[in-house]
Ligand binder design. Structure first.
Ligand SMILES: NC(=O)c1ccc[n+]([C@@H]2O[C@H](COP(=O)([O-])OP(=O)(O)OC[C@H]3O[C@@H](n4cnc5c(N)ncnc54)[C@H](O)[C@@H]3O)[C@@H](O)[C@H]2O)c1
Length: 420
């Protein structure tokens, strides 16, 4: 049995703690340092992994000053705070498990990749969907030739009405200036997934979308500034009071989404957050500007096409995908795959349920665990081929996202440069 890979957690929020937990549970990783400004989170990690005070930091810069403390750094800070720790820690020789997006812009992402290459360290981007049992099965079916040649893919990312309100109206990803466009913050996973299953060079992109609903002029008559002082809260599907109070008592939902709202899940803390915090605000009166629905069409080499719809206005459900091949048709939803064979007219149903839901609370249906396992194994065995989401792959799909955003804003078809 190999020694566990040692890990420094940079940003011990929702994702940082999740990767720490999964690494420890798998026995493949051992958390030896943490950098986190929020005392409660920092101390929770220090306690959970028995860290000495000299391995506990309030900021990644202070951690960097101490020199290299671990084999890998897990960079799980917010979207706009990935680049500097990634570049610095790569330079110190840490292998990087880096949350998506690599960076908000292409030049910054190029900087991160160049820093990792120059330092000769591994870089895995947390595109967790590539690591689910569902995706493995879809890829195996495609590789087996059962569908013939793939001609087109139709993919829906049903974000879910309350999840969208939580993350993209009230929460961390509500405003492009604070994080990133919704497509980069959320659906870079889907663009990346399409890239993985289609496995061809993307050539051009078009996109439409906007912020249809979560705007002041859509507020119903009688709406208050906050749900706890609103005359129409009971009839509002986006009530924060209903959402967050109902999480109490359910450990998974206390971790997410409630973990973003309060550090300690008590009824008192929830009421304070509803009265005073950003997550108690009326969805029609926030400082949000990211789109709530978007379509993206991509053309790949060989004329293969993909269409992606991302939208708030759905139940909280798994992604839905249809793959259209010359010999067969696949319809999948993360739990079940149906394959229809054109020669025999027979449909086969394959159950690939990983026992975990597709959301963050459920570990993305095995994707989080699969990613951690692949990355730590790659480091332990010195074999980067185990990483399915290295810098080259991740840059290709990030570039499609940036091109799609240009296409949407400028109302045109954007050609991708030949490097992708
Ligand atoms: N791969 C996925 O499926 C997935 C899912 C959700 C979020 N994400 C991404 O993960 C990242 C983190 O998201 P989250 O939900 O965990 O956010 P979070 O806000 O819960 O965690 C970020 C943490 O970084 C800490 N931080 C801020 N400044 C720091 C500094 N100088 N040094 C060290 N730590 C610092 C914050 O205090 C916070 O605890 C984001 O980029 C997000 O887009 C990825």
């Amino acid at each position: 049995m190999r020694e566990p890979v040692t890990m420094a957690i940079v940003g011990a929020g929702n994702r940082g703690q999740q990767y720490a937990r999964l690494a420890a549970a798998s026995g493949r990783g051992r958390v030896v340092a943490v950098a986190e400004p929020v005392a409660e989170r920092r101390e929770r990690v220090a306690r959970a992994y028995g860290l000495p005070p000299e391995a506990v930091f309030a900021d990644w810069r202070a951690m960097a000053l101490a020199g290299r403390l671990a084999d890998v750094a897990v960079i799980a800070t917010q979207d706009r705070d990935h680049v500097e720790p990634a570049v610095t820690l790569a330079g110190q020789g840490y292998h990087l498990l880096l949350e998506k997006p690599v960076a908000p812009t292409e030049p910054e992402a190029d900087r991160v990749v160049a820093a990792a290459e120059q330092a000769g360290v591994y870089l895995a981007v947390c595109h967790v969907l590539r690591y689910t049992p569902f995706t493995r099965r879809v890829r195996a079916l495609l590789d087996s030739g059962r569908l013939g040649e793939v001609v087109a893919v139709q993919h829906l990312e049903p974000v879910g009405w309350w999840h969208f309100a939580h993350s993209f109206v009230r929460g961390n990803w509500r405003n492009e200036g604070l994080s990133a466009p919704m497509l980069l913050a959320k659906a870079c996973h889907d663009v990346d997934w399409l890239q993985y299953v289609i496995d061809r060079r993307p050539l051009r992109v078009s996109s439409f979308g906007g912020l249809a609903h979560f705007r002041p002029e859509q507020a119903p008559e009688g709406a208050g500034e906050r749900c706890v002082q609103c005359g129409v809260e009971a009839s509002c599907p986006y009530s924060a009071a209903r959402l967050y109070r109902s999480c109490l008592g359910d450990p998974d939902r206390e971790r997410w989404p409630l973990g973003a709202v309060v550090d300690t899940p008590t009824p008192e803390a929830v009421e304070v957050a509803l009265r005073e915090g950003p997550y108690g605000r009326c969805v029609y009166r926030c400082d949000n500007d990211v789109v709530d629905h978007q379509v993206v069409n991509i053309e790949y080499e060989g004329g293969v096409t993909a269409s992606l719809t991302v939208a708030a206005f759905t139940p909280m459900a798994n992604r839905k995908t249809r793959i259209l091949g010359t010999r067969g048709y696949l319809d999948g939803d993360g739990a079940t795959i149906k394959v229809f064979d054109f020669l025999t007219g027979v449909e086969q149903t394959i159950d690939v349920w990983a026992g975990e839901s597709m959301d963050a609370a459920g570990g993305h249906a095995g994707g989080d665990a699969g990613l951690v396992e692949a990355f730590l194994s790659a480091v332990a065995h010195g074999d980067p081929s185990m990483i399915k989401t290295g810098p080259a792959e991740s840059l290709i799909s990030h570039r499609v996202v940036w091109a799609a955003e240009r296409a949407r804003r400028e109302g045109r078809v954007v050609q991708l440069r030949s490097q992708t």
